[in-house]
Design a protein around this ligand. Structure first.
Ligand code: SAM
Length: 72
């Protein structure tokens, strides 16, 4: 997924995953300096995504995710 994100988007691009599941693509986007939007109909998937994104380590090259959670 990392390879796909890196080769199909540029730094600061927006990666949209309309079926974000457990958030693997969004995590890749975050680690590779992309902005991202994730959507999922499953509460369970959203919970898993948030946990995965919260697990991203802040370091010199990777920012901790800052995001807004919108529930519809
Ligand atoms: C295999 S997962 C996606 C994996 C994800 N793209 C990734 O990179 O980790 C499929 C997800 O699609 C979601 N889904 C299926 N139909 C949907 C719909 N109509 N609207 C929103 N999410 C949907 C499911 O809840 C499930 O979490």
């Amino acid at each position: 997924m990392d390879l796909i994100v890196r080769t199909s988007s540029n730094s600061k691009s927006i990666v949209l995953d309309c079926f974000c599941g457990s958030g693997t693509t969004l995590k890749s986007a975050q680690i590779n300096g992309r902005n991202w939007i994730g959507i999922d109909q499953s509460e369970h998937a959203i919970k898993a995504t948030i946990e995965k994104l919260e697990g991203v380590q802040n370091d010199l090259f990777v920012d901790k995710p800052e995001y807004e959670f919108i529930e519809i």
